[in-house]
Each structure stands twice: as structure tokens, then as C-alpha cells.
Design a protein around this ligand. Structure first.
Ligand code: CMP
Length: 390
């Protein structure tokens, strides 16, 4: 039998589901917690209040986008959360640590555990990409070899392995922003604050940047607060918070189905489906969460579901009398489990989570109905089946 497919959609931690139900368990799981926050600039007659009674809670691993007109207080809030300003009135806790009342040095300690990404990426122009990224490690790490290794690995992870010794002027805007992201992520922060990280980028570079951030957040349970006006990237978030005139006026969950729908739209197998069908399929999909090492199903099992990988990696292992052989490693957007549904035969291989894995599962009946509806789907499955059976 396949792993049980839960009706509750577990890619959302249970605590994320309904703010009204968030109790003590949520507080423990909370990465950023803002309570009754006010902030004022200036003195005397020039005194101007810019933030009013703000409340905001972000769970660990949650990605939240904050939007709102310029001058509405978003950046002030972001700098307060990033321990770049002193909290005057109200409370902010970051990973359980209260910021109010901290000394300048203590605020500095908090900053070291946060990754910052800004629109103007603030790279040092005289340093190479590698040196810029390494700087973020120098505050904590002392082993030079280890620092070099991690900086290099992080640049590789953002697709810049071939540019590590280039200086910022020799890189494109998108590449520079990826260096800034590598620098923000290299010390494995649990919280990332990003201010308009895609504003200066073209559509594809912007998409690459948010995909990178999302992948990192999912894999490391990192919380990301992203201030943006860029409506091309809204689908990356779990929630959208809107700020107007210094007040958070709405805090909207992006429904899980909508998020799956956006995901399916980007997967070639599903891209040929009409919007209505896509929505229906997304509604029928259930999320399955596996930890690295979990077996999704075993060779020889009866197949009930088709699986699409939403994040992480799965390995396909053939169990033979002569030993096990890994025949493929599949990642985001790839699928498996189609053979048993197509042929009615038992599973041809064992599939195991290589990393933590989020899957979208479609049961046999729904799979059959999509197959009947979409010629592209049928054709794509046919091609892959042919490749895999060879
Ligand atoms: P199924 O037989 O239902 O269950 C095991 C799955 O592993 C199978 O469907 C395919 O989706 C997948 N699979 C089998 N062989 C390969 C291969 N060579 N490359 C990639 N995936 C494979």
C-alpha cells in the first residue's frame, strides 16, 4: 500500500491553518511575533507616528508577502523586525527572543541570525562574489577552509558556481541578486527579511530568485517575510499581508488549492489543461509530506496513487536479487507512480524520499479522469512511460 494520503493538507503546519485557533502551541512554533507595535519618527512638532498597533505572527517555515503603497510603513516594520532599529512601543519576538529593551550589542547578535536581502543588493564592489558571500560567515565561523567551502557551495546552489571569482560589475542584475541571496542564506538563518528582492529583475530572473527562496524555506523550515509590489511572485507565499497608513489591514491565507493550481500551471505535464480542469485537479490533490528516508511505496505494492513532487527529491530504487539499484532521482515538478495505474500491475520499483519531500497525490479515479480529459497529459505520460520501461 502507498503511504496514507491525509485529508488534512500537511504542507501547512497545523498551526498555520486558522489564526483564531493559534494558542500556546503556536507561540512555541512562532518565528516572528509582533504585538501592539507602534513607531514614531521625529521629535516635538515634527513628531510623526508611522506604525499603529500592529499585530503579526509568522510560523516557522512560513513565507509571507507584505504589500502596500510606498510610505505605508512596510520598510520601517522590516527594519524593526531585522533589529536594525530600536523597538519603542510594543513587542517583537524573533525566534522566541524579545527585541524590546535590547542593547545595541544584543541587537547585533539578533541580526547575525537573520538573512537580509535588499533591492539594492549592497554588495561590495571591490570583492568577488565568493568574498562577498564569505563575509556573512566571518562573524561566526573561524575555520577559513570551512568558510571557503560553504561560500562556494552556496554560490553553486544559486547557480553561480561558474562565476565565483567575478566582481559585481562583471555580473548581470539577476546574478548580482543571486549573490546577495547566497550571502543571506549561507549562514543558514532561520528568518529571512527581503525588501523588494525582485524589483530590478526581469520576469525570469525574478522567478528564479523566488523559487530559490522558496526551496530554501521549504528545506530548512526558514521563515521568510518578503516586502514586494511585484504581483508576478504572489504565488510563492503562504499568506499575503497588506499594510496601509502604518496599519496591517488584511492578512489573507492563499488557499492551498490555489497554491497547488499555480504549481500545476508551471509543470509541463499539466500545463495543457484548461483553467477549470486545472482548478478541479488541484482541488482533488492531497498533499503528502515525507521525511528524508521514508518509503513512499515498495516495489510489488498495489498502486493507488499518482504522485507529483512539489518540493524535495525522491529516489527510484529497483530491488533485484543481485542487490538494489537506484535508477533515478526525481525532483520538483517530476512525477512517479504512473506505471501501476496505467498497466494495473504492481509497483515496478520502490520510491523513497531522498530529502524531505512534499508530494501532491492524485488517486486512481482522478488520474483516469485527467487522462481522459487532456490529450497533452496522455501524450506526456506515454512518452515518459516509454523512456522508463526501456
Ligand atoms: P510504478 O511502477 O507505479 O511505481 C514505481 C515507479 O517508479 C514507476 O511507476 C515509475 O513512476 C517510477 N520509475 C520506474 N522506473 C523508472 C525509471 N527508470 N526512471 C524514472 N522513474 C522510474
Amino acid at each position: 500500500m502507498d503511504l496514507p494520503v491525509t485529508k488534512q493538507r500537511p504542507s501547512q503546519p497545523a498551526t498555520r491553518s486558522n489564526p483564531a485557533l493559534r494558542g500556546e502551541a503556536f507561540a512555541a512554533n512562532c518565528a516572528i511575533c509582533v504585538r501592539n507595535l507602534n513607531h514614531t519618527f521625529g521629535e516635538g512638532e515634527l513628531k510623526k507616528q508611522v506604525l499603529f498597533n500592529n499585530e503579526l505572527t509568522l510560523a516557522r517555515g512560513e513565507i509571507v508577502i507584505m504589500t502596500g503603497p510606498s510610505g505605508s510603513g512596510k520598510t520601517t516594520l522590516l527594519t524593526l523586525l531585522g533589529a536594525l532599529r530600536t523597538v519603542q512601543d510594543g513587542s517583537i519576538t524573533i525566534m522566541g527572543r524579545e527585541l524590546r529593551g535590547l542593547s545595541a550589542q544584543q541587537l547585533g547578535d539578533v541580526r547575525r541570525d537573520i538573512g537580509f536581502i535588499f533591492q539594492a543588493h549592497n554588495l561590495f564592489t571591490s570583492l568577488t562574489a565568493h568574498q562577498n558571500v564569505r563575509m556573512a560567515l566571518e562573524l561566526k565561523e573561524t575555520d577559513v577552509k570551512e568558510m571557503n567551502r560553504r561560500a562556494e557551495a552556496m554560490l553553486e546552489a544559486v547557480g553561480l558556481g561558474h562565476r565565483i571569482h567575478y566582481k559585481p560589475q562583471q555580473l548581470s542584475g539577476g546574478q548580482r541578486q543571486r549573490v546577495a541571496i547566497a550571502r543571506a542564506l549561507v549562514h543558514n538563518p532561520k528568518v529571512i527579511l527581503a525588501d523588494e528582492p525582485t524589483a530590478a529583475l526581469d520576469k525570469q530572473s525574478g522567478r528564479d530568485v523566488v523559487n530559490l527562496l522558496r526551496k530554501f524555506a521549504r528545506e530548512n523550515l526558514t521563515t521568510i517575510l518578503l516586502v514586494t509590489h511585484d504581483n508576478r511572485i504572489l504565488d510563492v507565499a503562504d499568506r499575503i499581508v497588506n499594510m496601509v497608513d502604518g496599519r496591517i489591514i488584511s492578512d489573507v491565507m492563499i488557499s492551498e488549492s490555489q497554491a497547488i493550481c499555480e504549481f500545476l500551471r508551471r509543470v509541463p505535464l499539466f500545463s495543457g489543461l484548461l483553467p477549470d480542469t486545472l482548478t478541479k485537479v488541484a482541488d482533488q490533490m492531497e498533499l503528502v509530506e515525507c521525511k528524508a528516508g521514508d518509503v513512499v511505496f515498495r516495489q510489488g505494492d498495489v498502486g493507488d496513487n499518482f504522485y507529483l513532487i512539489r518540493s524535495g527529491e525522491a529516489e527510484v530504487v529497483l530491488e533485484k536479487s543481485t542487490g538494489n539499484e537506484t535508477v533515478a532521482v526525481l525532483d520538483e515538478g517530476k512525477f512517479f507512480g504512473e506505471m501501476a495505474l496505467e498497466t494495473g500491475e504492481p509497483r515496478k520499483a520502490t520510491v523513497r524520499a531522498k530529502t524531505d519531500l512534499h508530494l501532491c497525490a492524485l488517486d486512481k479515479t482522478e488520474y483516469e479522469s485527467v487522462r481522459q480529459t487532456s490529450a497533452t497529459f496522455k501524450e506526456e505520460i506515454g512518452k515518459v512511460l516509454f523512456e522508463r520501461q526501456r
